[in-house]
Write a protein that binds this ligand. Structure first.
Ligand code: ADP
Ligand code: MG
Length: 243
C-alpha cells in the first residue's frame, strides 16, 4: 500500500514529490535569506486550508504575525480571515525574541523554552484540529543555545512532537552555502524525513531560483534541480525542470 500524500499547495511541486509530502512526516526546507522559505510555509498553510480544508499552525520566529499577515496580502492570501474561521493559528515566537510585548492569542512570552513552545503548538493544533504545521525557522531557535547538544536535543524534541501530533510539518532553516554543512546545526536533516533545498544563484548575469528535493537515504544521483519563480501568486515550480 502506498503512503497517503499531502498536497504541498505549490504548483508544480507535487509531481516532483510523487504526489506531495508523505502524510505525517516532517520536511525540512533549507535555503539562504530571500530564497522563499517564508513564502513556502505561508503558501503550504494557506492553500492547505483554503483548497484542501486542512487547518494549519504557523510558528513564526523571524517575522511578527502582523508582518506575516501583511506580506501574505501581496499574494492575496488573507491570513486573518483564515484565523477567524479557525483554519489557521499563528504562534508568535518572534516578538519575545525581539523583546517586544505580544498581543497575540498564541505567543511565547518569555525567553524561548522548548517545553512552552511544545505546549503552545499542542494547544494551537488542538484548537483548529490542524493537519499542517510550519516552523519558520529553526535557525532562530539556535540563537538561544550555546552548545550544539542542546540545539540537537531541542530540534529532536520538536520533530518528535510534530510526529506525535500526526501533522504533516515543514521546518525551515538557513543553509550556509560556504561551508560543507548542508544545514545550520548539521542535524536538522537527520530528524526530518525529507529535505527541500531552495537556491537563489546568479547564472548568466541573472538571479535564478531553483529547488532540489531530496528524499532521505535516497541515492544522490537521483537528485534533480528544478527552476521556480516567485510571482504575485506565490511560488510556482516550472514544469519540465530537472536540469
Ligand atoms: N510579489 C512578489 N513577486 C516576486 N517576488 C517576490 C514577491 N514577494 C516577495 N518576493 C521575493 O521573495 C523573496 C522573499 O521570500 P521569503 O520567503 O521571505 O525568503 P526567506 O524566508 O527565505 O528569507 C525575496 O527574494 C523577494 O524578492
Ligand atoms: Mg523568512
Amino acid at each position: 500500500m502506498s503512503a497517503t500524500r499531502v498536497s504541498t499547495g505549490i504548483p508544480g511541486l507535487d509531481s516532483i514529490l510523487h504526489g506531495g509530502f508523505i502524510k505525517g512526516t516532517n520536511i525540512l526546507v533549507l535555503g539562504g535569506t530571500g530564497t522563499g522559505k517564508t513564502i513556502f510555509c505561508t503558501q503550504y498553510l494557506y492553500n492547505g486550508a483554503t483548497i484542501y480544508n486542512e487547518p494549519g499552525v504557523f510558528v513564526t520566529f523571524e517575522e511578527r504575525p502582523k508582518e506575516l499577515r501583511l506580506e501574505a496580502k501581496q499574494f492575496n492570501w488573507d491570513l486573518r480571515a483564515l484565523e477567524e474561521k479557525n483554519k489557521l493559528v499563528i504562534i508568535d515566537a518572534a516578538s519575545s525574541k525581539a523583546s517586544i510585548p505580544s498581543d497575540e492569542a498564541y505567543a511565547i512570552h518569555r525567553d524561548l523554552d522548548m517545553n512552552i513552545l511544545a505546549q503552545e503548538i499542542y494547544r494551537a493544533t488542538r484548537k483548529v484540529d490542524a493537519q499542517r504545521v510550519a516552523i519558520d525557522s529553526l535557525s532562530a531557535i539556535g540563537i538561544k543555545f550555546e552548545d550544539s547538544t542542546a540545539i540537537r536535543t531541542s530540534i529532536y524534541k520538536l520533530s518528535t512532537l510534530l510526529r506525535e501530533l500526526n501533522v504533516t510539518s515543514v521546518m525551515t532553516s538557513e543553509m550556509p552555502y560556504e561551508s560543507g554543512q548542508t544545514s545550520r546545526f548539521g542535524v536538522e536533516e537527520y530528524v526530518a524525513q525529507g529535505v527541500i533545498m531552495l537556491y537563489l544563484r546568479e547564472e548568466d548575469g541573472e538571479l535564478r531560483r531553483s529547488l532540489v528535493a531530496q528524499k532521505l537515504r535516497a541515492s544522490s544521483h537521483s537528485l534533480r534541480r528544478y527552476p521556480f519563480e516567485v510571482s504575485s501568486r506565490g511560488i510556482t515550480v516550472m514544469p519540465g525542470g530537472g536540469l
